[in-house]
Design a binder for this molecule. Structure first.
Ligand SMILES: [Fe+2]
Ligand SMILES: [Fe+2]
Length: 469
């Protein structure tokens, strides 16, 4: 959540590389290239650049496959791997900016980039896992080479970063191995071709499915499977809990992974930090899916006992751009769910369900971050303009035919943590004149409460707006 053109906007840089001279061969700015005098240091930067290229393209491919693959287990595996890859990518990318670079183009040999060209058509989970296995194995071997020859005193931070990455990669290899049925030979990261390929956001990716894949045993229905009337009702009825956990597992958590995956591949021009945030959310939702399926199975249910709907996917598809999609999913739907999730956690606690109470605490914390991510990127896209924010939120509400708040009392702390700084501007303007104003750094901070139709919509928030002249 720190957009920075120098760090994230590869498309700008890629567009410019035609005007570079020597740096076209390396992916660096000319003057920054001159700062490096030793071959070893230059090689390390090239190596990290290649890793970054590989991880970026891998995440994009995994996002496409996550949407299309029908097998929920494989979908979850891809979701967890996207999260892990993003953690590696962020660590390496940050490391790069401690290596005398202000910006760079992730670069590999042309031969290595062809691995991805060949994999574009893969659809079958065995082919996909074989490809990802070979890439991961090659990545591990390449890291090993470096770890074996590096002088730890000069670059211990990179040494430790790569060592951590390698131990995570070994876990990924084990998981992928369960799905692959063959050895897929690939070009290695080390292939020393003179021709270089730069990441540009426009490389071919697998087809982005228009509707998410589901197993053939799962039947689609628009009718809700949920039957409980209250959380108290839910806690004392096994069948109702089975229905609810099936719904949250399939129609909420898995669906949330899919809409975030779509955001990564449909808006490739967004900064790297946006992709990292989406990847982080996908990883979270994958773990939430595992938790909810575990609950379902612990009480005697299983996947496909009930129908699935595609409401989350369909609602998001109504958004015409990334801002509207984020408003619909992260800020509006997940934002409203914050309140009910805390009540659900309380209900689990009240009936002595310690395991689920603990899991829900972790889920709630993740969800607050998702809402925060949505708020952050919407404000980024709208240059922080509160009027445009308000307009987008109102449009989001009308697109999915719902009201702007959940039908329970607003949870002030949760909303504050999730960065609801400026919302429901129309209501704010109505009451702002009699609220307390504190001047700070040329801005005013308003602490306000909103009431519309006798119902608290947002009863507490901080708004930072220019001071009245
Ligand atoms: Fe979730
Ligand atoms: Fe979420």
């Amino acid at each position: 959540m720190k957009p920075n053109i120098a760090f994230g906007d590869f498309s700008n840089l890629a567009g410019e590389h035609k005007s570079f001279s020597d740096s076209v061969r390396h992916g660096w700015e000319d003057d920054e290239l001159l700062l490096v005098k030793s071959e070893e240091f230059g090689n390390l930067r090239d190596k990290i650049s290649a890793y970054t290229y590989s991880l970026l393209r891998t995440i994009e491919f995994e996002a496409c496959w996550l949407i299309s693959c029908p097998n929920s287990d494989f979908k979850i595996l891809l979701g967890e791997k996207i999260g892990f890859d993003a953690v590696c990518l962020e660590a390496l990318h940050n490391r790069m900016f401690e290596k005398l670079a202000s910006r760079y183009l992730p670069t590999v040999s042309a031969a290595y980039s062809k691995n991805f060209t060949k994999a574009v058509k893969f659809q079958d989970e065995s082919d996909i896992s074989s490809f990802l296995y070979s890439l991961t194995q090659d990545f591990c071997e390449n890291i090993d080479d470096y770890l074996n020859q590096v002088d730890r005193v000069t670059d211990e931070p990179t040494y430790l970063t790569l060592k951590n990455i390698k131990s995570g990669l070994l876990v990924q290899l084990e998981k992928l191995n369960k799905y692959r049925r063959r050895y897929l030979p690939i070009e290695t990261l080390d292939s020393r071709s003179q021709t270089k390929c730069f990441y540009s956001n426009s490389e071919e990716i697998p087809t982005v499915a228009s509707f998410p894949g589901r197993g053939s045993q799962l039947l689609f229905s628009d009718t809700s499977i949920v039957m409980h009337k209250s959380y108290t009702d839910l806690m004392c009825d096994r069948e109702k809990m089975q229905r609810f956990s099936h719904y949250v597992y399939m129609d909420v958590e898995i669906a949330a992974m899919e809409v975030c995956a779509k955001n990564i591949v449909a808006y490739r021009e967004m900064p790297l930090d946006f992709k990292l945030d989406m990847a982080r959310q996908i990883w979270d939702e994958a773990r939430h899916a595992i938790i909810m399926r575990r609950l379902l199975e612990n009480i005697g249910g299983k996947e496909a006992d009930y129908t699935y709907s595609a409401k989350v996917w369909q609602k998001c598809e109504k958004g015409e751009n990334v801002t509207e999609r984020l408003a619909i999913q992260q800020v509006f739907q997940e934002g409203n769910a914050l309140e009910s999730n805390f009540l659900l956690t309380e209900a689990f606690k009240n009936v002595g369900e310690r395991e689920m109470t603990k899991c829900m605490d972790f889920i709630n914390a993740d969800e607050a971050v998702h809402v925060k991510i949505g708020n952050f990127w919407i404000k980024y896209m709208l240059d922080g303009d509160p009027n445009r924010y308000q307009t987008v939120m109102e449009k989001a509400a009308s697109l999915v035919k719902a009201t702007l708040s959940s039908n329970v009392e607003v949870n002030r702390a949760a909303r504050r943590i999730s960065d609801f700084q400026i919302i429901l501007w129309i209501y704010l303007r109505k009451i702002i004149m009699f609220m307390g104003i504190e001047n700070l750094d040329g801005c005013s901070i308003y602490t306000v409460g909103c009431v519309a139709q006798n119902k608290p919509i947002i009863n507490y928030q901080y708004c930072r707006v220019p001071s009245p002249k």
